[in-house]
Design a binder for this molecule. Structure first.
Ligand code: PLI
Length: 460
């Protein structure tokens, strides 16, 4: 049996959504009108949409059936009680609202918030609450070529140094992200999660989990960490959560829904304060901006997300695309991560300086070539230093080919790989970009650009 492919997707297609095929001149026009920002493309002009895995999953027939079981009572919706995790769970309409609440409640101006690499919305909310983010991820995470199996790990020495320099009381809490998005979907080991939490707790510092992709992380722990091969994903997930004091969650990723999230905490008093705040920004604490049906779909989605067959096929599809690109010599973040393939745009386009945003240019050129929509995860996403106002240029300058869950086929992966490989062969034809409009907050969403020469991002 060795060498035989023993699994495929544990589902079959029941309904299809038609996609529009476009011509290259149509795509050239569309990307120019979108200011060379793939976020600003109308999705009807996109063929294969790998912008994000957020809210883009296909729901199952059971989830769709669950929508009919929505209890739309304003207060005490039955669906709310189908969700449980930490001692207190407060639904929010998506992850960043949970981040907003935890940041406002737990960060005092001038405090530091260590985390294993920044995430855009997480850091933004920390800064808006008067805090400063401090990166404590291991150095390997910043090296696309490092094959470290747990590149999401925290570096305990970096945490100890922060505590020594600032004092524990100046640290608001540690924000622990699972399957670290900006590092390429890279997991943390259970050993490291436990050691990080122990260290923080010894100093009286709380640890809040960003559980957005915690199930994907659990899958990697099961695959790679000794002692976990016979545990279920649900058991591993429980173990991760048990180490921490609470979690923010965007259910739009692992939990297989198009909208939803929550804040979950163990502390009674913090929960009380969070419930007081959620009514101001989201809605009553038993629906937090969601319809009852959304909560039901989320509860069912969480159950489906921890099925091993599901996760095997999910990560298997990412690996399929990744191996095709590696075989063709495309520089991608190694090892292959959980929710997508991250192309190393700095290595792909060495002729484009960082100031001309190679990853932004590559994402736009990929769209022109084939209608595949990807996302920049590099200098544009990083924004500006909040003190100096200068552009931040993180070591990683990446284009993320993010795979929605249960949406695309192996043939779509082949088309994507062909386009990336064709671009690599013609990489000198990709032209750098400069800003024509730069928004103040989370600029990557709405920024506009123009090519530094001519009017096309992909020449020829
Ligand atoms: O998009 P939200 O507000 O539901 O969640 C924000 C959020 C928090 N943490 C992490 C690790 C995320 O990846 C995240 C959202 N990510 C998006 C939208 C993405 O495209 O990766």
């Amino acid at each position: 049996m060795t060498g035989r492919r023993s699994w495929a997707e544990p589902w079959k297609v029941k309904m299809v959504e038609h996609l529009r095929m476009t011509t290259r001149p149509e795509r050239e026009q569309a990307i120019a009108q979108a200011g060379f920002n793939t976020f600003l493309l109308p999705s009807e002009f996109v063929y294969i949409d790998l912008l994000t895995d957020s809210g883009t999953s296909a729901m199952s027939d059971r989830q769709w059936a669950g929508l009919m079981m929505g209890d739309e009572a304003y207060a005490g919706s039955m669906n709310y009680y189908h969700l449980e995790s930490y001692k207190h769970l407060i639904p929010t309409h998506q992850g960043r609202c949970a981040e907003h609440i935890i940041s406002q409640l737990c960060i005092r101006p001038g405090q530091t918030v260590p985390g294993n690499m920044y995430f855009t919305t997480t850091k933004m909310h920390q800064e808006l609450a008067g805090g400063s983010f401090a990166d404590v991820i291991i150095d390997e995470a910043h090296d696309p070529r490092s094959e470290h199996p747990f590149k999401g790990n925290c570096d305990l020495k970096k945490i100890e140094k922060l505590i020594r320099e600032h004092g524990a009381e100046k640290i608001a809490y540690l924000s622990l992200e699972t399957n670290v998005n900006m590092a390429g979907g890279q997991p943390c080991s259970m050993e490291n999660i436990r050691a990080t939490c122990d260290l923080c707790h010894r100093h009286g510092i709380k640890v809040y989990l960003d559980a957005t992709r915690a199930v994907e992380n659990a899958y990697f722990i099961r695959e790679r960490e000794p002692g976990y091969a016979n545990k279920t994903l649900a058991e591993i997930l429980r173990e991760i959560c048990d180490c921490t004091d609470g979690a923010t969650m965007s259910a739009k990723k692992d939990a297989l829904v198009n909208i939803g999230g929550f804040l979950a905490v163990n502390d009674d008093e913090l929960a009380e304060r969070a419930r007081n705040m959620v009514v101001v920004y989201e809605g009553l604490h038993t629906y937090g901006g969601l319809a009852g049906r959304d909560m039901e779909a989320m509860a069912i989605g969480i159950q489906e997300s921890v099925q091993l067959d599901h996760m095997h096929a999910r990560i298997g599809q990412v690996e399929y695309l990744g191996h095709k690109l590696i075989e063709a010599g495309v520089p991608i973040v190694r090892p292959i991560g959980g929710h997508g393939i991250f192309v190393d745009a700095a290595a792909f386009l060495p002729h484009i300086p960082r100031e001309e945003f190679p990853a932004q240019a590559l994402a736009a050129a990929l769209y022109v070539d084939s209608g595949v929509r990807a996302m920049e995860r590099g200098g544009v996403s990083a924004g500006r230093d909040k003190e100096t106002g200068k552009n931040l240029f993180p070591k990683l300058e990446l284009v993320r080919l993010t795979l929605p869950r249960r949406v695309y086929t192996q043939a779509h992966m082949d088309v994507t790989a062909e386009s990336v490989i064709a671009l690599l062969e013609n990489s000198r034809k990709v032209v750098g970009l400069r800003f024509t409009y730069e928004p103040k907050y989370l600029r990557f969403f709405q920024a506009r650009f123009e090519p530094v020469r001519g009017n096309r991002v992909l020449e020829g």
